[in-house]
Design a protein around this ligand. Structure first.
Ligand SMILES: NC(=O)c1ccc[n+]([C@@H]2O[C@H](COP(=O)([O-])OP(=O)(O)OC[C@H]3O[C@@H](n4cnc5c(N)ncnc54)[C@H](O)[C@@H]3O)[C@@H](O)[C@H]2O)c1
Length: 475
């Protein structure tokens, strides 16, 4: 990974500065929105394997213009203060762009999860959570984490349980974290939400022939040749949906141990299984393997989906990128320097603050579900069922009265009577959000001739909303 000089935060701030230069905001407000409000560093010991091991973690709060603040917790060796602050700032802009009523935050623990057994990971996670909970850095009303790299449902369930043990009378305790398993207060469709959001973002892009042409592409997603970096939560779901549901061809997959290539297209589910069984992509049948996975970022393809780390497309390799469209499933995969090189080359970038917002959108639904203490669609479903039943009864009565012999198939009755369930509501809410946010972004991109790219447009939409919020508060 290569970051801009000055690091990940400097890269995000350069993109921010490019947007505010086109806006009419006071210098003081520009500075207030840019800076990170607070970062809490925690060092704690856990007794493991007969000795005390010390871990370092962070929780950063970028902006509290809305509360709670929201953002994932990352478990990785490369976690540091600059990284969590940059990621927290991206959360602020992302939440504003997709209109989830949160400020931005992010957390991280410096750890290699593969080095520890599950019961040890539980001890470490609970202790990290304890340190943050007792300082209100995890709290349903103030700061609500979610999964990120190296964490998932399992860790979120431990964190939620830890909070509830420490706050036994907080009836909203489950809302202290999102991305939980369904049986621990989670919501249907959260696991795949970020990948699903990437798919919806691409579908929305391809619904606009003018935008597709700007990327020097034509037609729809069907048959588009895609390279994906990182087959984890986000990359796997995005690639799998695009392959199975949109007819796209995944020609390249890059993982930690290297990259694989097949012009005929790779089966994402099979590669995923292979990685689980063999620890990497090497040896996947029918594909060409290279130990230098990063080289595939520069391979010939239509769409590149970086879905692993930040800073993977930088000044050193941006010129070599052949993809016509990049969708940033990861946070910050393109440095600000690389961004300018790619723009110059005519590459269109669907930016992270929009592209991977599916996760926080469905997290918002989960938080609302936890606070309302009722499953989405439960009451509505009863009402719909009753209404549909009345209609079916009436049709049957009429058919008998008029002696018109017709029947409803059992399938039709079952589906028609069922009403919308939680998953349908989550998906339609996510689709609606992704469409709305794209519309807002593209409106600025096309209508203002001084706005050069979708990223700057996205920042402008987000910053305007954050500025309005600060102004309304009297700041
Ligand atoms: N999980 C979410 O809901 C979510 C939401 C928004 C954004 N994101 C962002 O998406 C990105 C990925 O997150 P995730 O949750 O899918 O993480 P994950 O841990 O589930 O998956 C990351 C994948 O990247 C691979 N990887 C790591 N280093 C690599 C390298 N050098 N080259 C190639 N592959 C490498 C890992 O092996 C793993 O398969 C991060 O930038 C994260 O901030 C995640």
């Amino acid at each position: 990974m290569q970051r801009n000089q000055g690091g990940f935060s400097a890269s995000v701030n350069a993109m921010y500065d490019k947007a505010v230069a086109l806006m009419d905001l006071s210098p003081g407000l520009v500075e207030k929105i840019r800076i990170c409000n607070a970062t809490y560093t925690v060092r704690f010991g856990v007794r493991l394997r007969g000795d005390i091991h010390t871990f370092t973690g962070y929780r950063s709060v970028h902006s509290e213009h809305m509360e709670p603040v929201k953002g994932g917790i990352r478990f990785a060796m490369a976690v540091d203060q600059d990284e969590v602050e940059a990621l927290a700032s991206l959360m602020t802009y992302k939440c504003a762009l997709v209109e989830t009523p949160f400020g931005g935050s992010k957390g991280g623990l410096c750890i290699d999860p593969t080095q520890w057994e599950p019961h040890e990971m539980e001890q470490i996670t609970r202790r990290f959570a304890y340190e943050l909970i007792k300082r209100d850095m995890i709290n349903p009303a103030q700061n609500v984490p979610a999964p990120d790299m190296g964490t998932g449902e399992r860790e979120m369930a431990w964190i939620s349980d830890q909070y509830q043990r420490m706050n036994t009378t907080d009836i909203n305790g489950r809302a202290c974290v999102t991305g939980k398993p369904l049986n621990a207060g989670g919501i249907s469709g959260r696991v795949e939400a970020t990948g699903r959001g990437v798919q919806y973002a691409l579908r929305e892009f391809f619904r606009h022939p003018e935008d597709v042409a700007a990327a020097r592409l034509s037609g729809g997603l069907e048959g588009k040749r895609i390279v994906v970096q990182g087959l984890g939560n986000v990359g796997f779901h995005a690639a799998s949906f695009l392959e199975r549901e949109d007819g796209a061809k995944i020609v390249g997959i890059i993982e930690r141990d290297g990259g694989i290539w097949s012009e005929d297209g790779l089966s994402v589910d099979d590669v995923h299984l292979h990685i689980r069984e063999h620890g990497g992509v090497k040896g996947f049948p029918g594909a060409t393997y290279s130990g230098n996975g990063a080289a595939l970022l520069e391979a010939d393809c239509d769409i590149l989906i970086p879905a692993a780390l930040e800073g993977v497309i930088h000044e050193g390799n941006a010129n070599g990128v052949q993809a016509k469209l990049i969708i940033e499933a990861a946070n910050g995969p393109v440095t600000s320097d690389a961004n300018e090189i790619l723009l110059e080359k005519g590459v269109v970038i669907i930016p992270d603050l929009y592209a991977n917002a599916g996760g926080v959108t469905v997290s918002y639904f989960e938080w609302v579900k936890n606070l309302s203490h009722i499953r989405f669609g439960r009451m509505q479903r009863r009402a719909e069922e009753a209404r549909h039943q009345l209609l079916v009864d009436e049709l049957e009565r009429l058919s008998k009265a008029r002696d018109v012999p017709w029947t409803l198939s059992d399938d039709f009755k079952r589906n028609y009577l069922r009403g919308a369930g939680e998953l349908e509501l989550v998906r339609s809410g996510l689709d609606d959000t992704m469409r709305g946010a794209y519309g807002a972004m593209r409106h600025v991109w096309h209508d203002r001739h001084d706005v050069p790219d979708l990223r700057t447009a996205g920042f402008i939409v987000a910053i305007n909303r954050i500025a309005a919020s600060y102004t309304a508060k009297g700041l």
